[in-house]
Design a protein around this ligand. Structure first.
Ligand code: DON
Length: 308
Protein backbone atom coordinates (compact mmCIF):
# COMPACT_ATOMS: atom_id res chain seq x y z
CA UNK A 1 0.00 0.00 0.00
CA UNK A 2 1.33 3.47 -0.90
CA UNK A 3 1.88 5.92 1.94
CA UNK A 4 -1.05 8.07 0.68
CA UNK A 5 -3.34 5.03 0.75
CA UNK A 6 -2.06 4.13 4.19
CA UNK A 7 -2.78 7.66 5.40
CA UNK A 8 -6.40 7.39 4.21
CA UNK A 9 -6.93 4.02 5.89
CA UNK A 10 -5.32 5.24 9.12
CA UNK A 11 -7.40 8.41 9.11
CA UNK A 12 -10.72 6.58 8.59
CA UNK A 13 -9.95 4.10 11.36
CA UNK A 14 -8.76 6.71 13.83
CA UNK A 15 -11.71 9.01 13.23
CA UNK A 16 -14.18 6.17 13.61
CA UNK A 17 -12.56 5.21 16.92
CA UNK A 18 -12.48 8.84 18.07
CA UNK A 19 -16.15 9.56 17.34
CA UNK A 20 -17.80 6.16 17.96
CA UNK A 21 -18.49 7.22 21.55
CA UNK A 22 -20.51 10.29 20.53
CA UNK A 23 -24.05 9.68 21.77
CA UNK A 24 -25.68 12.99 20.77
CA UNK A 25 -28.90 12.73 18.76
CA UNK A 26 -31.25 9.86 18.01
CA UNK A 27 -32.34 8.10 14.81
CA UNK A 28 -35.19 9.85 12.97
CA UNK A 29 -38.64 8.77 14.14
CA UNK A 30 -41.02 10.95 12.10
CA UNK A 31 -40.81 8.08 9.61
CA UNK A 32 -41.43 5.43 12.28
CA UNK A 33 -39.51 2.62 10.59
CA UNK A 34 -36.29 4.67 10.64
CA UNK A 35 -36.34 4.58 14.45
CA UNK A 36 -35.57 0.82 14.23
CA UNK A 37 -31.99 1.54 13.10
CA UNK A 38 -29.08 0.56 15.34
CA UNK A 39 -27.98 3.94 16.77
CA UNK A 40 -24.42 2.69 17.21
CA UNK A 41 -23.82 1.63 13.58
CA UNK A 42 -21.02 3.78 12.20
CA UNK A 43 -19.37 3.29 8.82
CA UNK A 44 -16.92 5.43 6.86
CA UNK A 45 -15.84 4.79 3.25
CA UNK A 46 -13.80 6.54 0.59
CA UNK A 47 -13.45 5.48 -3.06
CA UNK A 48 -10.74 7.01 -5.22
CA UNK A 49 -10.88 7.70 -8.94
CA UNK A 50 -8.91 4.51 -9.65
CA UNK A 51 -11.68 2.54 -7.91
CA UNK A 52 -9.73 1.79 -4.75
CA UNK A 53 -12.04 1.31 -1.75
CA UNK A 54 -11.03 2.38 1.75
CA UNK A 55 -13.44 1.71 4.59
CA UNK A 56 -13.94 1.06 8.27
CA UNK A 57 -16.86 0.10 10.52
CA UNK A 58 -20.35 -1.01 9.49
CA UNK A 59 -19.99 -0.19 5.79
CA UNK A 60 -22.11 -3.17 4.65
CA UNK A 61 -25.14 -2.45 6.86
CA UNK A 62 -28.14 -1.59 4.64
CA UNK A 63 -30.12 1.60 5.18
CA UNK A 64 -32.34 3.77 3.00
CA UNK A 65 -31.06 6.68 0.93
CA UNK A 66 -33.66 9.26 1.99
CA UNK A 67 -32.46 12.70 0.86
CA UNK A 68 -29.14 11.36 -0.40
CA UNK A 69 -31.21 10.17 -3.38
CA UNK A 70 -32.00 13.78 -4.35
CA UNK A 71 -28.78 14.78 -6.17
CA UNK A 72 -28.86 11.57 -8.23
CA UNK A 73 -32.47 12.01 -9.32
CA UNK A 74 -31.60 15.64 -10.09
CA UNK A 75 -28.83 14.26 -12.32
CA UNK A 76 -31.37 12.06 -14.08
CA UNK A 77 -33.75 15.00 -14.65
CA UNK A 78 -30.83 17.09 -15.99
CA UNK A 79 -29.99 14.28 -18.42
CA UNK A 80 -33.58 14.15 -19.63
CA UNK A 81 -34.40 17.87 -19.81
CA UNK A 82 -31.09 19.76 -19.74
CA UNK A 83 -30.16 22.50 -17.26
CA UNK A 84 -32.55 25.13 -18.62
CA UNK A 85 -35.37 22.61 -18.89
CA UNK A 86 -35.01 21.68 -15.20
CA UNK A 87 -34.20 25.17 -13.88
CA UNK A 88 -37.45 26.50 -15.28
CA UNK A 89 -39.27 24.42 -12.65
CA UNK A 90 -36.68 24.03 -9.87
CA UNK A 91 -34.37 26.90 -8.97
CA UNK A 92 -30.76 26.50 -7.79
CA UNK A 93 -30.60 28.99 -4.93
CA UNK A 94 -29.80 28.08 -1.32
CA UNK A 95 -33.00 28.39 0.69
CA UNK A 96 -31.32 28.78 4.08
CA UNK A 97 -34.23 26.74 5.39
CA UNK A 98 -34.91 23.25 6.70
CA UNK A 99 -35.31 20.31 4.32
CA UNK A 100 -39.08 20.22 4.75
CA UNK A 101 -39.68 24.00 4.53
CA UNK A 102 -42.21 25.58 2.18
CA UNK A 103 -39.34 27.04 0.14
CA UNK A 104 -41.31 28.11 -2.91
CA UNK A 105 -40.70 31.24 -4.99
CA UNK A 106 -43.54 33.72 -4.35
CA UNK A 107 -45.89 33.88 -7.30
CA UNK A 108 -44.60 30.90 -9.28
CA UNK A 109 -44.34 28.19 -6.64
CA UNK A 110 -40.93 27.21 -8.02
CA UNK A 111 -38.94 25.46 -5.26
CA UNK A 112 -35.65 27.09 -4.28
CA UNK A 113 -33.49 24.07 -5.12
CA UNK A 114 -33.58 20.34 -5.78
CA UNK A 115 -32.08 19.38 -2.41
CA UNK A 116 -35.02 20.48 -0.22
CA UNK A 117 -38.08 18.22 -0.25
CA UNK A 118 -40.23 20.62 -2.32
CA UNK A 119 -37.60 20.79 -5.07
CA UNK A 120 -36.91 17.07 -4.94
CA UNK A 121 -40.60 16.27 -5.41
CA UNK A 122 -40.68 18.45 -8.53
CA UNK A 123 -37.42 16.89 -9.75
CA UNK A 124 -38.94 13.43 -9.40
CA UNK A 125 -42.07 14.60 -11.23
CA UNK A 126 -39.90 15.83 -14.13
CA UNK A 127 -38.46 12.34 -14.74
CA UNK A 128 -40.43 10.93 -17.70
CA UNK A 129 -43.06 8.31 -16.96
CA UNK A 130 -43.93 6.17 -19.98
CA UNK A 131 -45.86 2.94 -20.46
CA UNK A 132 -42.76 0.89 -21.25
CA UNK A 133 -40.52 2.55 -18.64
CA UNK A 134 -42.33 3.78 -15.51
CA UNK A 135 -40.74 6.74 -13.71
CA UNK A 136 -39.58 4.72 -10.74
CA UNK A 137 -37.88 2.11 -12.96
CA UNK A 138 -35.81 4.88 -14.55
CA UNK A 139 -34.90 6.22 -11.12
CA UNK A 140 -33.94 2.85 -9.69
CA UNK A 141 -31.87 2.03 -12.78
CA UNK A 142 -30.06 5.38 -12.50
CA UNK A 143 -29.37 5.01 -8.76
CA UNK A 144 -28.13 1.45 -9.36
CA UNK A 145 -25.72 2.57 -12.08
CA UNK A 146 -24.32 5.27 -9.80
CA UNK A 147 -23.74 2.56 -7.18
CA UNK A 148 -22.42 -0.01 -9.67
CA UNK A 149 -24.83 -2.73 -8.56
CA UNK A 150 -28.57 -3.44 -8.65
CA UNK A 151 -30.27 -1.70 -5.71
CA UNK A 152 -33.71 -2.46 -4.28
CA UNK A 153 -36.40 -0.89 -2.09
CA UNK A 154 -36.90 -1.34 1.63
CA UNK A 155 -40.65 -1.92 1.47
CA UNK A 156 -41.14 -1.45 5.24
CA UNK A 157 -39.54 2.02 5.16
CA UNK A 158 -41.52 2.89 2.04
CA UNK A 159 -44.81 1.86 3.70
CA UNK A 160 -43.85 3.80 6.81
CA UNK A 161 -43.32 7.02 4.85
CA UNK A 162 -46.49 6.49 2.80
CA UNK A 163 -48.37 6.25 6.10
CA UNK A 164 -46.87 9.42 7.58
CA UNK A 165 -45.82 11.63 4.63
CA UNK A 166 -48.60 14.22 4.69
CA UNK A 167 -46.23 17.18 4.94
CA UNK A 168 -44.65 16.18 1.62
CA UNK A 169 -48.10 15.69 0.10
CA UNK A 170 -49.02 19.17 1.36
CA UNK A 171 -45.88 20.61 -0.29
CA UNK A 172 -46.87 18.95 -3.57
CA UNK A 173 -50.38 20.43 -3.42
CA UNK A 174 -48.96 23.89 -2.69
CA UNK A 175 -46.61 23.62 -5.68
CA UNK A 176 -49.42 22.47 -7.95
CA UNK A 177 -51.72 25.24 -6.75
CA UNK A 178 -49.11 27.95 -7.42
CA UNK A 179 -47.48 27.12 -10.70
CA UNK A 180 -47.99 26.06 -14.31
CA UNK A 181 -45.90 22.86 -13.96
CA UNK A 182 -46.22 20.55 -16.99
CA UNK A 183 -46.13 17.54 -14.66
CA UNK A 184 -48.08 16.54 -11.56
CA UNK A 185 -46.08 16.82 -8.30
CA UNK A 186 -48.97 15.33 -6.32
CA UNK A 187 -48.90 12.17 -8.43
CA UNK A 188 -45.10 11.98 -8.08
CA UNK A 189 -44.93 12.14 -4.27
CA UNK A 190 -45.39 8.39 -3.83
CA UNK A 191 -42.52 7.84 -6.30
CA UNK A 192 -40.44 10.30 -4.29
CA UNK A 193 -41.18 8.23 -1.15
CA UNK A 194 -40.06 5.11 -3.02
CA UNK A 195 -36.78 6.69 -4.17
CA UNK A 196 -36.11 7.72 -0.55
CA UNK A 197 -36.61 4.05 0.46
CA UNK A 198 -33.97 2.68 -1.94
CA UNK A 199 -31.60 0.56 0.11
CA UNK A 200 -27.84 1.15 0.06
CA UNK A 201 -24.74 0.60 2.15
CA UNK A 202 -22.03 3.10 3.07
CA UNK A 203 -19.83 1.58 0.36
CA UNK A 204 -22.61 2.08 -2.20
CA UNK A 205 -22.90 5.74 -1.22
CA UNK A 206 -19.13 6.19 -1.54
CA UNK A 207 -19.33 4.72 -5.06
CA UNK A 208 -22.20 7.04 -5.95
CA UNK A 209 -20.32 10.10 -4.67
CA UNK A 210 -17.18 8.91 -6.45
CA UNK A 211 -19.11 8.67 -9.72
CA UNK A 212 -20.13 12.32 -9.40
CA UNK A 213 -16.54 13.24 -8.49
CA UNK A 214 -15.30 11.29 -11.50
CA UNK A 215 -17.32 13.36 -14.00
CA UNK A 216 -20.20 10.89 -14.15
CA UNK A 217 -18.11 7.75 -14.80
CA UNK A 218 -18.42 5.02 -12.18
CA UNK A 219 -14.82 4.38 -11.08
CA UNK A 220 -15.63 0.76 -10.12
CA UNK A 221 -16.77 -0.40 -13.57
CA UNK A 222 -16.20 2.46 -16.08
CA UNK A 223 -19.93 2.93 -16.73
CA UNK A 224 -20.70 6.41 -18.09
CA UNK A 225 -23.72 7.10 -15.89
CA UNK A 226 -24.13 10.81 -16.75
CA UNK A 227 -22.16 13.23 -18.92
CA UNK A 228 -19.46 15.33 -17.27
CA UNK A 229 -21.39 18.66 -17.36
CA UNK A 230 -24.31 17.05 -15.54
CA UNK A 231 -22.02 15.70 -12.80
CA UNK A 232 -20.52 19.19 -12.40
CA UNK A 233 -23.98 20.80 -12.20
CA UNK A 234 -25.07 18.35 -9.50
CA UNK A 235 -21.91 18.96 -7.46
CA UNK A 236 -22.47 22.72 -7.72
CA UNK A 237 -25.97 22.42 -6.25
CA UNK A 238 -24.73 20.03 -3.55
CA UNK A 239 -22.05 22.59 -2.62
CA UNK A 240 -24.54 25.45 -2.21
CA UNK A 241 -27.68 23.62 -1.04
CA UNK A 242 -26.88 20.02 -0.07
CA UNK A 243 -26.72 20.65 3.68
CA UNK A 244 -29.87 22.83 3.77
CA UNK A 245 -29.62 25.64 6.33
CA UNK A 246 -26.09 24.58 7.29
CA UNK A 247 -24.75 24.59 3.70
CA UNK A 248 -22.75 27.79 4.18
CA UNK A 249 -21.16 26.67 7.44
CA UNK A 250 -20.41 23.23 5.95
CA UNK A 251 -18.72 24.73 2.88
CA UNK A 252 -16.78 27.10 5.11
CA UNK A 253 -15.51 24.40 7.44
CA UNK A 254 -15.43 21.18 5.37
CA UNK A 255 -15.15 22.63 1.87
CA UNK A 256 -16.77 19.80 -0.12
CA UNK A 257 -20.06 19.34 -2.02
CA UNK A 258 -22.19 17.12 0.21
CA UNK A 259 -25.65 15.67 0.82
CA UNK A 260 -27.21 14.32 3.98
CA UNK A 261 -30.21 12.05 4.60
CA UNK A 262 -32.38 11.37 7.65
CA UNK A 263 -31.53 7.69 7.81
CA UNK A 264 -27.98 8.80 8.76
CA UNK A 265 -26.23 8.61 5.39
CA UNK A 266 -23.96 11.47 4.32
CA UNK A 267 -21.93 11.84 1.13
CA UNK A 268 -19.22 14.28 0.08
CA UNK A 269 -17.24 14.51 -3.14
CA UNK A 270 -13.77 15.77 -4.00
CA UNK A 271 -13.94 16.51 -7.75
CA UNK A 272 -11.48 14.34 -9.73
CA UNK A 273 -10.24 12.89 -6.42
CA UNK A 274 -12.68 10.82 -4.33
CA UNK A 275 -16.18 10.01 -3.17
CA UNK A 276 -16.76 9.85 0.55
CA UNK A 277 -19.62 8.45 2.63
CA UNK A 278 -20.54 8.14 6.28
CA UNK A 279 -23.36 6.29 7.99
CA UNK A 280 -24.50 6.78 11.57
CA UNK A 281 -28.22 7.17 12.37
CA UNK A 282 -27.92 9.59 15.32
CA UNK A 283 -29.14 12.89 13.88
CA UNK A 284 -28.69 16.56 14.73
CA UNK A 285 -31.69 18.92 14.62
CA UNK A 286 -31.13 19.63 10.90
CA UNK A 287 -31.55 15.93 9.99
CA UNK A 288 -27.85 15.23 9.45
CA UNK A 289 -25.84 12.42 11.00
CA UNK A 290 -24.04 13.79 14.07
CA UNK A 291 -21.06 11.46 13.78
CA UNK A 292 -21.06 11.73 9.99
CA UNK A 293 -20.84 15.50 10.12
CA UNK A 294 -17.97 15.59 12.61
CA UNK A 295 -16.10 12.66 11.05
CA UNK A 296 -16.16 14.07 7.51
CA UNK A 297 -15.23 17.50 8.88
CA UNK A 298 -12.27 16.06 10.75
CA UNK A 299 -11.23 13.97 7.73
CA UNK A 300 -11.28 17.05 5.51
CA UNK A 301 -9.08 18.92 7.96
CA UNK A 302 -6.70 16.02 8.50
CA UNK A 303 -6.18 15.17 4.83
CA UNK A 304 -6.45 18.75 3.54
CA UNK A 305 -9.55 18.07 1.41
CA UNK A 306 -11.07 21.60 1.57
CA UNK A 307 -11.51 22.77 -2.04
CA UNK A 308 -10.99 26.46 -1.40
O1 DON B 1 -39.08 13.43 2.64
C1 DON B 1 -38.61 13.18 3.75
O2 DON B 1 -38.91 13.81 4.75
C2 DON B 1 -37.60 12.04 3.83
N1 DON B 1 -37.98 10.96 2.97
C3 DON B 1 -36.22 12.51 3.45
C4 DON B 1 -35.76 13.72 4.23
C5 DON B 1 -34.28 13.78 4.41
O3 DON B 1 -33.58 12.82 4.28
C6 DON B 1 -33.73 15.09 4.88
N2 DON B 1 -32.29 15.10 4.93
N3 DON B 1 -31.50 15.14 5.77
Amino acid sequence: MSSAAGAVTDALRELRTRFAGVRDGEPADYIPQLAMADPEAFGLALISMDGHRYSTGEVDVPFTMQSVSKPFVYALALCELGLDGVSRWVNAEPSGEAYNAISLEPGTGRPDNAMVNAGAIVTTALVPDTADTPRFDRILDCLSRFAGRQLDVDEAVYASEVATGDRNRALAYLIRSAGPLPVDPVGAVETYFRQCAVRVTTLDLAAMAATLANGGVNPLNGDVVVEEPVAAQVLAVMATCGMYDTSGDWLLRVGLPAKSGVSGGLIAAGPARFGLAAYSPRLDPTGTSVRGRIALGALSERLGLHLM
